[in-house]
Design a protein around this ligand. Structure first.
Ligand code: A3P
Ligand code: MG
Ligand code: MG
Length: 378
């Protein structure tokens, strides 16, 4: 049958209604050549102190100190007596990045036209992009991303899903403790100054953070995003940032072929996506046993991870991640057209489903604060 048969030819094949458009996350659709991804350029950085106060400088940047040949790191030490945990119920959205933008607007390559004040297509957190990149391979957790356009740039801020909130509020005591282990490993391997030594007797405070702000381009999308950086190499002759940055990780020790395969298939995907995006070249991993004792420390070159996993059957592919991300950003651009920060488009994805969206005006999803709009407009 011909559903448009009674219509004049110019009215046939009408596009579906706006909120009916969706984006498939089927990995088979994204096996194309690797898209252009420009070397990320650090345009600035900022620090958050023990009380989550913002500073437009690198005061929280730490320096990697190589452990001895057989380290004696007990990741359980100090839990809970020397642990101050950031309140992850407080949603900061893009606020710290927006603060950085206001204080560094002059540094941004301004594309003189007033239609785009920052000269970028997207402003977001690196962590949000990591979630988008890994979507074609994610089978457990969905996501929601709020997006709005302001002065020509689209801002993307994650919204916690019901399931994520439920998981966060019902974590087991073991899970809570294991979340500490990653930060404890950082304390064992990082010093505050280039000539300092780590202080494993100190307090682990997860409010403290050092963040890089990078500019790059994925296909035809100009991106500005910020990501937390664990530490840098102390060698003053190391390449300039982000080339000198190091991502620290912990993982369960690998004892069986099955464990190795799972590590390659699931963990290395997340590690690669997180570090590839901001151009962090190395990942240093502490492998620990069931009791939180580090049994070995290994370095992974981000650029070599895709080679390492190629022998895994039916494994993830960087090109699928990057093409999906590029197509997602194209999809967002095609929908977020109106320049109004109070108009929020909420993109949702659940495993085995397509990306869908809903539109919200002046709702609780509005996330660009008035102080940002006022300062940018003045
Ligand atoms: P590990 O990476 O060693 O697991 P990051 O590695 O991104 O710098 O994060 C530092 C630590 O924060 C992690 O150490 C982990 O302990 C904790 N963490 C980060 N993201 C998490 C998440 N989604 N769920 C649980 N813990 C998380
Ligand atoms: Mg970190
Ligand atoms: Mg880390």
């Amino acid at each position: 049958s011909d559903p448009g048969g009674d219509l004049p030819s110019d009215k046939r094949h009408r596009p579906p209604p706006a909120e009916g458009r969706t984006l498939s996350a089927d990995r088979r659709l994204y096996e194309r050549h690797f898209p252009l991804y420009k070397q990320p350029l650090e345009v600035g950085c900022f620090s958050l102190d023990a009380r989550r106060n913002f500073f437009n400088d690198h005061r929280q940047l730490r320096y990697y100190v190589e452990p001895r040949r057989s380290p004696d790191f007990n990741l359980r030490d100090g839990y809970t007596s020397r642990f101050i945990k950031r309140d992850d119920g407080v949603k900061e959205k893009l606020d710290h990045m927006l603060r950085w933008i206001l204080e560094n607007r002059h540094k941004m390559q301004n594309s003189n036209s007033s239609s785009c004040a920052l000269g970028v297509d997207f402003v977001t957190w690196r962590g949000h992009l990591t979630k988008v990149l890994t979507t074609p391979y994610e089978t457990q957790e969905g996501w929601m991303m709020a997006a709005c356009k302001f002065r020509g740039s689209i801002y993307i801020s994650e919204v916690e899903t019901e399931q994520a909130r439920e998981n966060r509020e019902t974590r087991s005591e073991r899970q809570e403790e294991m979340m500490y282990w990653g930060y404890k490993f950082e304390q064992y391997t990082c010093a505050d100054g280039a000539d300092g030594t780590p202080d494993p007797g100190g307090v682990v405070n997860t409010n403290e953070a050092f963040c890089t702000v990078v500019q790059t381009r994925l296909a035809d999308h100009k991106l500005l995003f910020s990501g937390e950086v664990d530490c840098r190499l102390k060698d003053p002759d190391a390449p300039p940032a982000p080339g000198c940055y190091v991502e620290l990780k912990t993982s369960a020790e690998i004892c069986t072929p099955k464990q190795r395969s799972n590590f390659h298939r699931y963990k290395l995907l997340k590690w690669w996506a997180q570090s590839f995006l901001p151009g962090v070249p190395q990942i240093i991993a502490g492998f620990r046993d069931h009791d939180g004792i580090v049994v070995s420390v290994e370095t992974f070159q981000t650029s070599k991870i895709s080679q390492m996993i190629k022998n895994e059957y039916n494994c993830w592919k960087p090109t699928v991640c990057m093409n999906f991300c590029s197509d997602f950003l194209t999809f967002v651009k095609s929908i977020v057209k109106e320049d109004d920060p109070r108009l929020v488009y909420l993109f949702s994805w659940d495993p085995r489903r397509d990306v869908t969206y809903t539109v919200h005006r002046d709702s609780t999803h509005t996330f660009i604060p008035d102080w940002y709009i006022k300062d940018m407009t003045s």
